[in-house]
Each structure stands twice: as structure tokens, then as C-alpha cells.
Design a protein around this ligand. Structure first.
Ligand code: NAP
Length: 246
């Protein structure tokens, strides 16, 4: 049985990806931030994954911490035997115009969104290299492609992820490992629930399809990138935004 790790999978897009990959037949390693509420949510996600007849286990770890990721990847390899798919999904926002953005807000977003991709990819790619196969899928954002006022820190982290995706694809392509990114637009999750009505209306006005995306619409593309149907696709950024930009 093939194994998929999804970081930050206790809610939102990550939880949906975990369930979709379980439906596809993967055993699932559900990473969640080490807090009581995330643990309870992640355990519910694990139960829903298990309903598809696969193994699903929760692994608490702060993915912004290098040593915690190293330890978690070791534990997942020991538990499941192989690591076939890594979805770098964990992310946070700490929005504000640059003039008012604190150093702490900048550093926190870079640590969780960007450094986590280094931490996880480094340890997982070592396992995948020995297997000579694997798919790595990174959650970027339209903010990383086009910028977004109020998201200097977030767009920096997501643009970096696009560079990391292409470099990973080039470094590991000859070992049978693919690495792609998805760049969601505005997707209905706890992250976007924080926007004001005015911000929401302004966003929707720019979207060709005139609606937010659903988490299932991200999970469907991730499922494709985790499957053999995408075996010759690597180093790509797939925008999933309902036609936000064309
Ligand atoms: P979400 O609902 O806030 O989920 C993000 C998850 O990551 C949460 O469970 C969060 O836990 C977890 N997380 C945060 N810091 C972590 C850490 N240090 N270690 C482990 N887990 C951590 O957000 P989402 O909307 O599903 O977003 C998922 C991904 O898609 C993110 O990378 C986001 O940037 C990207 N994205 C989302 C949208 C959108 O419209 N929603 C658009 C473009 C890109 P806590 O709840 O404890 O913080």
C-alpha cells in the first residue's frame, strides 16, 4: 500500500486532501500542529480516512521546526515502510499592510509556510530517492504568482515555494520523483472565513466564475498530481482559481 503525508491536515484544504487520497487508496499520515484542538480535529479526519479501508495515523509536529520534521518523517517511515506522496499544505496568514507589518508577523509566516517545505522535502526526498519514486505537491497561492496587498509576508512565502518546487523537480527528476505546486485562488476554508464582507466581494468581482472554490476542487487536482496519470508532469504550478487571472 502506498503512503501519503499531508501537513496541517486537521482542517480545511489539508483535511480534504487527506480524505481524497484515502479514497484513492493511500495509507495516510496526518500531520497536525501539536495542540489539543488540532489533535481532536485530526483524529476525526483519521476516522473518516479509515472508512475507506486504509490506515490513517496522526503525527503531531510543528513543521516550522527542522528537528521535529526529521523525527516525524523517521516515525512515518518506520510505521508505513514507504513514503510515496508528500503534500506540503500547512500554512498561516498574518496579514497587514507592509507599513504596519511587524518583524514577528513576517518571520512567523516565512517559518511556517516556507521553511516547513525545506524541512519536510529534505527528509522525505531522502526516503523517496532510495525508492526511486515519489510525488511531492506544494500548496502555493495566487498571492505568490501575482502578489496581494496586505500579504507581503504570505506572498513572499508562496513565491518561494514556487522556486522550491521547480528546483526540487530539477534535482530529483532523474530519480523518478515529481514535484509540482498548486496555486489556489480563494477557497472556502477557516483561512478565508477571516476576510471581511467587503474584501470577499472585491475578490469575487475579479473571478471569472464569480464564486469561491471548494476544498474538494483543490483535492481533485492534488489527487491527479499524486497519481500515475501525472507521471510526466513535474516542476509545474497549476492555478486553481476559477479564472482569477487569464
Ligand atoms: P487552514 O484552514 O488555516 O489550515 C491550515 C492548517 O495548517 C491548519 O490546520 C493549521 O493548524 C496548520 N498549521 C499551521 N501552522 C502549522 C505548523 N507550524 N505545523 C503544523 N501545522 C500547522 O488553511 P487552508 O485554507 O486549508 O490552507 C491550506 C493551504 O492552502 C495553506 O498552505 C494555504 O496557504 C493554502 N492556500 C489557501 C487558500 C484559501 O483560499 N484557503 C488559497 C491559497 C492557498 P492551526 O489551525 O493550529 O493553525
Amino acid at each position: 500500500m502506498a503512503t501519503a503525508i499531508i501537513t496541517g491536515a486537521s482542517q480545511g484544504i489539508g483535511a480534504c486532501i487527506a480524505k481524497r487520497l484515502a479514497k484513492d487508496g493511500f495509507d495516510i499520515a496526518i500531520n497536525h500542529y501539536p495542540s489539543e484542538s488540532d489533535k481532536a480535529n485530526a483524529e476525526n479526519v483519521a476516522k473518516e480516512c479509515q472508512e475507506f479501508g486504509v490506515k490513517a495515523i496522526c503525527f503531531p509536529a510543528d513543521v516550522s521546526k527542522y528537528a521535529d520534521c526529521e523525527e516525524m518523517v523517521k516515525a512515518i517511515k518506520a510505521e508505513f515502510g514507504t513514503i510515496d506522496v508528500l503534500v506540503n499544505n500547512a500554512g498561516i496568514t498574518k496579514d497587514g499592510l507592509l507599513a504596519r507589518m511587524s518583524e514577528e508577523s513576517y518571520d512567523a509566516v516565512i517559518a511556517v509556510n516556507q521553511k516547513s517545505v525545506f524541512n519536510m522535502t529534505k527528509h522525505v526526498a531522502t526516503v523517496m530517492m532510495r525508492q526511486r519514486s515519489g510525488h511531492i505537491i506544494n500548496l502555493a497561492s495566487v498571492a505568490g504568482l501575482y502578489g496581494n496587498p496586505g500579504q507581503f509576508n504570505y506572498s513572499a512565502s508562496k513565491a518561494a515555494i514556487i522556486g522550491m518546487t521547480k528546483t526540487t523537480a530539477k534535482e530529483f527528476g532523474s530519480r523518478g520523483i515529481t514535484c509540482n505546486a498548486v496555486a489556489p485562488g480563494f477557497i472556502k476554508t477557516p483561512m478565508t472565513d477571516k476576510l471581511t464582507d467587503a474584501q470577499r466581494d472585491a475578490m469575487i468581482a475579479q473571478i471569472a466564475m464569480k464564486r469561491y472554490g471548494e476544498v474538494e476542487e483543490i483535492a481533485g487536482v492534488v489527487s491527479f498530481l499524486a497519481s500515475s496519470d501525472s507521471s510526466y508532469v513535474t516542476g509545474q504550478v497549476i492555478e486553481i482559481s476559477g479564472g482569477l487571472s487569464m
